[in-house]
Design a protein around this ligand. Structure first.
Ligand SMILES: NC(=O)c1ccc[n+]([C@@H]2O[C@H](COP(=O)([O-])OP(=O)(O)OC[C@H]3O[C@@H](n4cnc5c(N)ncnc54)[C@H](OP(=O)(O)O)[C@@H]3O)[C@@H](O)[C@H]2O)c1
Length: 244
């Protein structure tokens, strides 16, 4: 593939954890990767680490809770690269603490939905026109098995004891974004899927989690590189379709 044909990917929340590992894996596949981060110092540091490994990575200031920031980042990508082929909506927060759904406060719900749902949806809205112009797009929404309605409804689910209601609500809603958009852009060679990375050792996942960030990046990276005509509108973990 010549430099002219090189794919360009945007990964949000790319300075650490699964977003960083995903960015590295994409870079290793000769994809130009733009690290979207809300803090320029963290973004520049992550960028120079990956550039030190010989990867073609760039950094864009991007706070997914601010539409102005989203618009500015996409405009900058359009001006610099003239294309965007891949979007990984990875940035996310889990701030509920030990509260249950009967007691979670509005502020927690709003902040969580803003970051985990509204931001990703807005990003999709701003990226899809660039993808349509290029006749190619792969969108991966990083959700979670905790957002599965099937798991939430099953009292015998292994996740039945997990509370985090705002987080679970937000990931179910992001799965909804996946299904709605997948249908709308099906004829534009844009594939939209949700990925659960598994339980991953990051600041969010904690030290007890069994998977490394690199292992967590496997399914999202696979979904970003699906062939034309590949699956769309699905929810995947370990490269396998799982129930909503
Ligand atoms: N770890 C797991 O076990 C697990 C399981 C299922 C799903 N997931 C999902 O996988 C994704 C990545 O998780 P992780 O474990 O890598 O989490 P993490 O280590 O906590 O990293 C979260 C990333 O999101 C960024 N972020 C948060 N709010 C942002 C905002 N407003 N704008 C831009 N960036 C923002 C953070 O940036 P700062 O450094 O600036 O805070 C950080 O880079 C999340 O969507 C998470 O819900 C994780």
């Amino acid at each position: 593939m010549s430099d002219h044909d090189k794919r360009v990917a945007l990964v949000t929340g790319a300075n650490r954890g699964i977003g960083y590992a995903t960015s590295r894996r994409l870079g290793e596949q000769n994809i130009t990767v733009i690290l979207g981060t809300r803090d320029s110092n963290k973004g520049e540091a992550a960028c120079s680490r990956l550039q030190g490994e010989g990867l073609d990575v760039h950094f864009e200031l991007l706070d997914v809770t601010a539409e102005k920031s989203i618009k500015a980042a996409i405009e900058s990508i359009r001006a610099q690269f003239g294309r965007l082929d891949i979007l990984v909506n990875n940035a996310g927060i889990m701030i509920d603490g030990e509260v249950d759904a009967q007691n979670v406060d509005q502020e927690t719900i709003q902040e969580t939905l803003q970051t985990n749902v509204m931001g990703p949806l807005l990003l999709c809205q701003h990226c899809i026109p660039l993808m349509k112009a290029g006749g190619y797009g792969r969108i991966v929404n990083m959700t979670s098995t905790l957002g599965s309605l099937t798991e939430m409804a099953d009292p015998r689910s292994e996740y039945a004891g997990v509370r985090t209601p705002a987080y679970r609500l937000s990931k179910a809603a992001l799965n909804c974004v996946t299904t709605l958009l997948a249908k709308e852009v099906r004829d534009d060679n844009i594939l939209v899927n949700s990925a659960c990375p598994g339980w991953v050792r990051t600041d969010m996942g904690g030290a007890q989690a069994p998977l490394t960030p690199e292992q967590g990046a496997d399914t999202p990276v696979w979904l970003t590189t699906l062939p034309d005509g590949g699956p769309t509108g699905g929810f995947y973990r370990e490269r396998t379709l799982i129930p909503w």
